[in-house]
Design a protein around this ligand. Structure first.
Ligand code: PMP
Length: 413
């Protein structure tokens, strides 16, 4: 979809009012929050859901028969149903609550990997993966004697699809790639990747950390086997997220952690495991945050993902227009299809210094390797400055970023 073809009709100033954190001064300047790929801000309704839960409903879920336990359980399970609809899962028990993308990937690597990988098997990831989609696979490869293969990424930050197809073979058991890159913003052709991987008999995990708040998708249409989401990157609280997995796969997989709720019956001789999704939700979960995530889903649904994407695409296009006229700035990540993330470097100036000087002007950006060190190595850099947008950002904020950068360059050069 060409998001620039759609004009955003959102009233951004009205939306901004729903985010109390935006209404503050940082270092004497109004906050300009452009670090949304790391975590985005929470609307009042999400914050209210957290306090309401603790003020009125706090109880442990599933096992209680008293009123509070029933209310908490109902609210927790409501989020599961909302998430099912949000991503288009076929069955509600395909939604497993985790701490977020990192835990979801570790769950699959550990549980699926331990059960089904053997020496000589291959796992394919891409060269633009977050460390959370590299290290869990390295751990299981080490344990099982499997091999990790990496799809090359070109100079503008796109996956080399031909090279990917060459890597695929009957040894490929898992393909794990991100839907959108956190350092470059590239939207990967995951539908094609999934179809090709399936032809080779591999299962596919999609890291959706940078997609869930920005891209419209349906897991059944994509036909991915696993899809991972972090709540805190989609206006929800930290410390929760989901693993979506196809029911037939999750049913075959052994539990990831042992403990309360994931059991049917425990004796010292043998334990039998609970049905999905509880088999993968050992221990008291992050009840309050899961409940508040429901409000984040509703917030996105009410605005409409297409509208959000259209607004963010305008911000990205405007950023590229502004920064590419500045001779000292080199943009990193200029793929054709992108979410609203723009990395850049300034020749001869360390990214940390730029970040600090922008912070002095109230502008929050991320600097560093963005947990994608191998990708930075490929570009021959230590890190970048990264501006990333959410629905509440404005063109005036992009202007402030550009103006801040101009002054920094003048000052330092
Ligand atoms: N993958 C990508 C692409 C990410 O951007 C992030 C967060 N920066 C993660 C994985 C890890 O997510 P979390 O820290 O929420 O587990």
């Amino acid at each position: 979809m060409d998001t620039l073809a759609i004009k955003s009709t959102l009233d951004i100033s009205k939306i901004r009012k729903q985010f109390p954190v935006l209404n503050q001064q940082v270092n004497g300047k109004p906050l300009v929050y452009l670090d949304n790929a790391a975590t985005n801000q929470k609307p009042q309704r999400v914050i209210d859901a957290l306090t309401t839960y603790y003020e009125k409903d706090n109880a442990n879920i599933h096992r209680g028969i008293h009123t509070l336990a029933e209310r908490a359980t109902k609210a927790y399970e409501t989020t599961r149903h909302s998430m099912q609809a949000f991503i288009g899962a076929k069955h509600v028990e395909e939604i497993i609550f985790t701490r977020g993308v990192t835990e979801s990937i570790n769950l699959v690597a550990s549980s699926y990997g331990r059960a089904f990988l053997k020496a000589g098997d291959e796992i394919i990831i891409s060269g633009m993966e977050h460390h959370s989609n590299i290290v869990p696979w390295q751990l299981i490869c080490e344990e099982k004697g499997a091999l990790l293969k990496v799809i090359p990424v070109n100079d503008i930050g796109e996956i080399d699809f031909v090279a990917f197809q060459k890597l695929l073979s009957d040894k490929t058991k898992i393909v794990a790639v991100n839907h959108a890159s956190n350092s470059l913003g590239t939207i990967n052709p995951i539908k094609e990747i999934i179809a090709s991987a399936h032809k080779s008999g591999a299962v596919v995990l999609i890291d959706g950390a940078q997609a869930s708040a920005h891209l419209t998708f349906n897991v059944q249409e994509l036909d991915c086997d696993f899809y991972c989401i972090s709540s805190h990157k989609m206006y929800g609280p930290t410390g929760t997220g989901i693993l979506y997995g196809k029911k037939e796969l999750l049913e075959k997989m052994p539990p990831y952690m042992g403990g309360g709720e994931m059991i049917k019956e425990v004796t010292f001789a043998k334990t039998t495991y609970n049905d999905l999704p509880h088999k993968f939700e050992a221990g008291t979960p992050n009840i309050a945050d899961v409940i508040a995530l429901n409000e984040a889903i509703a917030f996105i649904n009410e605005l409409g993902k297409e509208n959000i994407a259209a607004h963010e695409a305008e911000l990205l296009a405007y950023t590229v227009e502004k920064l590419s006229t500045m001779p000292d700035i080199t943009l990193i990540g200029t793929a054709k299809h992108k979410v609203s993330v723009q990395s850049f470097i300034i020749e001869g100036v360390h990214h940390f210094d730029i970040g600090q000087m922008l912070d002095a002007r109230g502008i929050a950006v991320r600097t560093g390797h963005h947990c994608t060190q191998p990708l930075m190595d490929q570009f021959g850099i230590e890190g970048t400055v990264r501006a990333s947008y959410s629905v509440y950002n404005t063109k005036a904020e992009v202007d402030q970023l550009a103006e801040g950068l101009e002054r920094i360059i003048k000052f330092l050069k």
